[in-house]
Design a protein around this ligand. Structure first.
Ligand SMILES: [Zn+2]
Length: 299
């Protein structure tokens, strides 16, 4: 059977684990197939209880200053540029007041994280238009491409819980904020979906399509954007994306009124209600394409 249209694809085991087993069996002598905690990467000194920055760029810069002060990053200016480029490509706001700005830059160490809370909230071009009250800034080493996915999945899982967000937003001081964050467990999601990456994958498809008809002068810029996106998406996801692109000319389809626009077939009620309004990536059980929520509902 064609693996791309097999309803059983992707299988849980083939989707995440092989790559994970190969690359991340041991890190710092720890087996991260077990649970590790966010606090393995975060110290209380990397937490800002009340950000002074009044906009996205200043808040990000404030967090970079914290990392620079503790010698966790070297080239602040370069990293700031990379973070802003990434924001301009596709906002890292997850919705519900949380954003995870990130860049893959040589840091000297494996990963540098800073967390800031903003009482007033910051404009972040979030999918739900809500202001951001919690920023988790992540700079990670290019030699560890999969680490971010692991971290991101764990973060997204916790930050989706309203009770958890509430405690982080309402933390009275730095200690309380840190203790809340320290509860975050990092592990890969077990569902057949990819958390909070739908808009990014859709963007990748848009740019790939644009590349086909772009004048030569534009190709370099477009390729740079493609590279920026590809380096933070999971390898298995990209392999499958490329196969779909090659075969159908597109890999990501929107879901409108419960119908996959890639094959015009109704999804199960359960799946279509899960997708609606989310930024997660699913796989169509009928055509095997990636399916994401439509940006705007047709009226
Ligand atoms: Zn379909």
């Amino acid at each position: 059977m064609d693996p791309l249209i097999s309803p059983r694809f992707p299988q849980k085991s083939s989707f995440y684990q092989p790559r994970f087993m190969v690359n991340y069996k041991k890190m710092d002598g720890k087996d991260i197939l077990g649970i590790t905690y966010f606090s393995d990467y975060l110290k209380p000194t990397q937490v800002v209880h009340d950000l002074k920055g009044k906009d996205k760029v200043h808040a990000i810069e404030e967090l970079l200053d914290v990392l620079a002060k503790h010698k966790l990053i070297k080239n602040k200016k370069l990293i700031l540029t990379r973070l802003i480029d990434r924001e301009n490509l596709d906002s890292t706001a997850l919705g519900e007041g949380v954003a995870v700005p990130h860049a893959r830059v040589e840091t000297g160490g494996e990963i540098a994280i800073a967390v800031g809370r903003s009482e007033k909230g910051l404009e972040f071009d979030a999918p739900d238009k809500k202001k951001v009250h919690l920023i988790v800034l992540v700079v990670w080493n290019p030699s560890l491409p999969g680490l971010f996915n692991h971290l991101f999945a764990g973060l997204a899982h916790f930050l989706r819980r309203a009770d958890f967000r509430q405690r982080a937003f309402e933390a009275k001081d730095k200690g309380e904020l840190f203790n809340t964050l320290a509860e975050i467990e990092l592990r890969l999601p077990h569902e057949d979906k990819i958390i909070s990456r739908a808009s990014l994958l859709k963007k990748l498809q848009e740019i790939e399509m644009k590349k086909g008809r772009a004048p030569k002068a534009q190709l370099k810029t477009l390729q740079a954007q493609v590279n920026l996106i590809r380096e933070e998406l999971d390898h298995a996801l990209l392999t499958r994306f490329d196969k779909l692109m090659k075969r159908y000319g597109f890999a990501v389809a929107e879901v409108e009124d419960g119908v996959c626009q890639g094959c015009n077939i109704n999804l199960s009620t359960q799946m279509s209600s899960a997708i609606e309004g989310s930024n997660d990536i699913y796989v169509c059980e009928n055509c095997g394409k990636y399916i994401v929520a439509a940006k705007k509902k047709k009226k």
